[in-house]
Write a protein that binds this ligand. Structure first.
Ligand code: BES
Ligand code: MG
Ligand code: ZN
Length: 489
């Protein structure tokens, strides 16, 4: 729980006090601490000072670096550290003072503190029976000037909904495949839609076949868990014909199929629906905040497993667009489901722009690691919009080249396309395979195989699903902060 209210150490168990390096000389205790190099006010540095005047209470000095080098992302990380420290101290109520500067306005403070605090507080521990602290933390945001209270409360509500969208995405990603499979994923989305008033339509195997989604079905046929096509529609601007299509890879499990993965690479493959989770989380935030744009999200949910009905290397399959595909490797299944999901979005939902989000290649981990999402796009202006929001959200993106030399690698000698472009440039060829189906619409492909999952807790991310890039998808469609403070990187 988080709300705007001025509190002091009299009212709460702990106070988090942001400290710029420039402020170290402003109090006796900070002067002494910095002299002895115990606390220097650096980003992500937290010093806990207990007091016993009113019972056991704590002041948490939270370093935020220098005014010159301050960034919103650094601030979010510092908040996360302080919140994690507060949790260790088993406190129930904590106040945080906002930290306004020419780099971050009051609204920016409320937004970044709310998101960072709620996300840092997240854990996925529902299956653990052992006694763990499930106490809830109540957070009070202090120092909001009277005149800005109304706007700050609006920003608070918006930020809470965004954080809830990220948390929804994390939960869906963390749930194992025996709990979340196409049917139950669809069920969850239907329930979410009913709760917040978002239109959701689910199509079963028969309807998917009637639509001619042959590539999607070829993958889905491998499992006794039947595929589902999940469509979410948020039409917030009746005056516009523009519709942004969000397409999320929804493999609720990926064994690789007959091109079987080694068991070590397989064990987290319940998270191969991280793209679906991200677009579902983004739609939650978009609908809940009543964003005045038209956005339609599509998830082709299925499992890639081994059975008598599985597709096999060497098969030649068709697709909703009519293009034929030679199967070089059954583990390159995501692009097949996405090709049909993209075609469906264009043909049936009439989207005018597309972003697909997918845990598509191990190669993107080799290229960019776990901090940066790989991007393939046919539209530089569209990509620039993403770069701009990324400076605010702190989620990182990097564009890879996609010239025609790479597209050639997806050509087959027996069909129109093949689903593997060879060992080289794996992230690019995978992205460009989807690009074959976007019919010249402005399109971005986000490969989140590296960024959607964290092996350990870090900053405001926790181990497991990260919910990346929910916040950037939201920021791309929502109105920016009306305040003219300097954007920080
Ligand atoms: N779901 C995987 C990609 C993946 C790898 C996601 C690691 C998260 C972490 C995808 O379906 C896959 O298996 N891709 C293959 C493609 C290859 C066969 C061309 C890969 O990356 O090895
Ligand atoms: Mg695969
Ligand atoms: Zn996969």
């Amino acid at each position: 729980m988080i709300q705007i209210k001025d509190v002091t150490l009299k009212d709460v168990d702990a106070m988090i006090v942001p400290v710029f390096e420039e402020q170290l000389s402003e109090s006796e205790i900070l002067t002494q601490l910095s002299k002895s190099k115990v606390f220097m006010g650096r980003e992500e540095e937290v010093f806990v000072l207990p007091t016993t005047e009113d019972g056991l209470k704590y002041t948490l000095y939270m370093g935020v670096g220098t005014k010159e080098t301050f960034t919103t992302e650094g601030f979010r990380k510092s908040i996360a550290k302080a919140i994690k420290e507060a949790k260790k101290l088993k406190v129930n109520t904590v106040g945080i003072s906002i930290c306004v500067s020419d780099k971050l306005c009051v609204g920016g403070n409320v937004k970044s503190i709310t998101e960072a605090a709620l996300l840092a507080n997240y854990t996925f521990d529902k299956y653990q029976n052992k006694e763990i602290d499930k106490e809830t933390l109540t957070i009070y945001l202090c120092g909001v000037p009277e005149a800005k209270l109304k706007r700050a409360n609006e920003v608070l509500e918006e930020a809470k909904h965004i954080a809830d969208g990220v948390i929804l995405a994390r939960d869906l990603t963390n749930e194992p495949s025996n709990v979340i499979y196409p049917e139950t994923l669809a069920q969850k989305v239907v329930e979410m839609g009913q709760e917040i008033g978002l239109e959701v339509e689910v199509m079963d195997e028969k309807q998917i076949a009637e639509l001619g989604m042959k590539a999607f079905l070829a993958v889905g046929a491998s499992s006794e868990k039947q595929p589902r096509l999940i469509v979410m529609r948020h039409m917030g601007d009746s005056e516009s014909d523009e519709i942004l299509g969000l397409v999320g890879k929804g493999l609720t499990y990926d064994t690789g199929g007959y091109s079987l993965k080694p068991s070590d690479s397989m064990k987290t493959m319940h998270s191969d629906m991280g793209g679906a989770a991200a677009v579902i989380g983004a739609m939650y935030a978009i609908a809940k905040n009543e964003v005045k744009k038209n956005i339609i999200a599509v998830v082709a949910a299925c499992e890639n497993v081994i059975s008598a009905g599985s597709y096999k290397p060497g098969d030649i399959i068709s697709s909703m667009a009519g293009k034929t595909i030679e199967i070089g490797n059954t583990d390159a299944e995501g692009r097949l489901t996405l090709a049909d999901a993209v075609t469906y979005s264009i043909e049936k939902e009439k989207v005018t722009k597309i972003i697909d989000v997918a845990t598509l290649t191990g190669a993107v981990l080799v290229a960019l690691g776990t901090s940066t999402t790989g991007v393939i796009t046919n539209d530089t202006d569209f990509y620039e919009e993403l770069v701009k929001v990324s400076e605010k959200t702190g989620e990182k993106f990097w564009r890879l080249p996609s010239t025609k030399e790479y597209a050639k690698l997806n050509k087959s000698t027996v069909a129109d396309l093949k689903n593997v472009g060879g060992r080289n440039a794996g992230t690019i060829t995978a992205g460009l395979f989807i690009g074959e189906f976007v019919q010249d619409l402005p399109w971005m492909h986000l490969d989140i195989a590296g960024t959607s999952w964290a092996d350990s807790s870090e900053g405001y991310l926790s181990k497991g699903g990260t919910g990346v890039p929910v916040r950037s998808l939201y920021a791309l469609v929502a109105a920016p902060c009306p305040c003219h403070h300097k954007d920080t990187k």
